[in-house]
Ligand binder design. Structure first.
Ligand SMILES: [Zn+2]
Ligand SMILES: [Zn+2]
Length: 301
């Protein structure tokens, strides 16, 4: 089996398992499938990144970045996902996203999702007459292919000494901690850009608590079959852990997050939460790429 077909075999298996495990998610799975297909679209690799020249050492790589994208293709992509959402949801929950939505509006929506500016995203959705939660769900999904392309592009630039709890590429809090192999190394993973960054064995990524008496572990289901939950008594934060011999591919982190939602429910039931605000406010800009600029600042230049 080729690498591509192995990947799609894995993706199909994960989606089928989600459909079986959570029948109520059936309407949103075609959107996930479309997003996973879109990861292979070369349009994302053509995006051009202009780094911020005076980025602080603790800032993620995308902080202050200006990202040039093909606004026409991006607009088509977001409208396609919105249409797919309309086709798969009850009319009462449909997202009235106009098909003639202006390119600037699409870029503003995706920029807010990229930077995790939730309040700004709500305001933009209300301005468009769309249901804020439904539209936010679409644009957070729509921006993943761009984020993963950035993740592939920037992974080699992540400082090995990175010690912040948030993602060194996109500033999000880790989606899960991966406990790998026989050595039991602990790696934090981001479901948005797919990044992986090493961390100490003990420590809360949100508040940096290191006191083992303040850090705990929940094992909510028998034998921790789908994972465990790390907890912090200082900030009441929690993080799911995934024990694995094989590193999760970038695309699979978000699917693993979905597949272990029972762990989130168990943590929330016990009063633990994840921070509402992102780890780092990116202030990254998404800009339409004029054709001449594309040749001036090629992705591979
Ligand atoms: Zn990230
Ligand atoms: Zn904490």
């Amino acid at each position: 089996m080729s690498r591509e077909s192995t990947r799609w075999h894995d993706i199909r298996g994960r989606l089928e398992s989600l459909a079986h495990q959570y029948p109520e998610w059936q309407p949103s799975l075609p959107l996930w499938q479309a997003m996973l297909y879109a990861l292979d679209d070369p349009a994302w690799e053509e995006a051009v990144l202009l780094p911020c020249p005076d980025r602080p050492a603790t800032a993620p790589l995308l902080a202050g970045m200006v990202c040039y994208v093909d606004a026409h293709k991006v607009g088509y992509w977001v409208r396609f996902l919105a249409k797919l959402a309309r086709q798969n949801t009850a009319p009462a929950q449909a997202v009235p996203l106009r098909t003639n939505l202006h390119q600037e509006a699409v870029l503003a929506l995706l920029e807010a999702a990229l930077c995790q500016e939730h309040e700004h995203l709500t305001a933009l959705a209300e301005g468009l007459g769309a249901h804020p939660h439904a539209l936010a769900a679409i644009v957070h999904l729509a921006v993943i292919p761009l984020l993963q392309a950035c993740g592939r592009r920037l992974a080699s630039q992540v400082p090995p000494s990175w010690s912040c709890g948030y993602c060194p590429i996109c500033g999000a809090w880790p989606t899960l901690a991966e406990v790998r192999g026989l050595e039991h190394t602990r790696t934090l993973r981001c479901a948005r850009c797919g990044a992986a960054w090493g961390t100490t064995w003990l420590g809360c990524p949100y508040c940096h608590e290191m006191d083992h008496q303040r850090l705990g572990m929940l094992l909510p289901e028998p034998h921790g079959a789908i994972g465990q939950i790390e907890t912090c008594a200082t900030c009441q934060g929690y993080l799911k852990t995934h024990t694995t011999l094989q590193v999760l591919p970038a695309y699979a982190v978000a699917l693993q997050d979905l597949a272990t939602i029972a762990l989130d429910v168990a943590a929330l039931d016990r009063g633990y939460t994840r921070p509402e605000r992102p780890g780092y406010a990116l202030a990254c800009r998404l800009v339409a790429s004029p054709a001449r600029r594309r040749t001036m600042f090629g992705w591979h230049a």
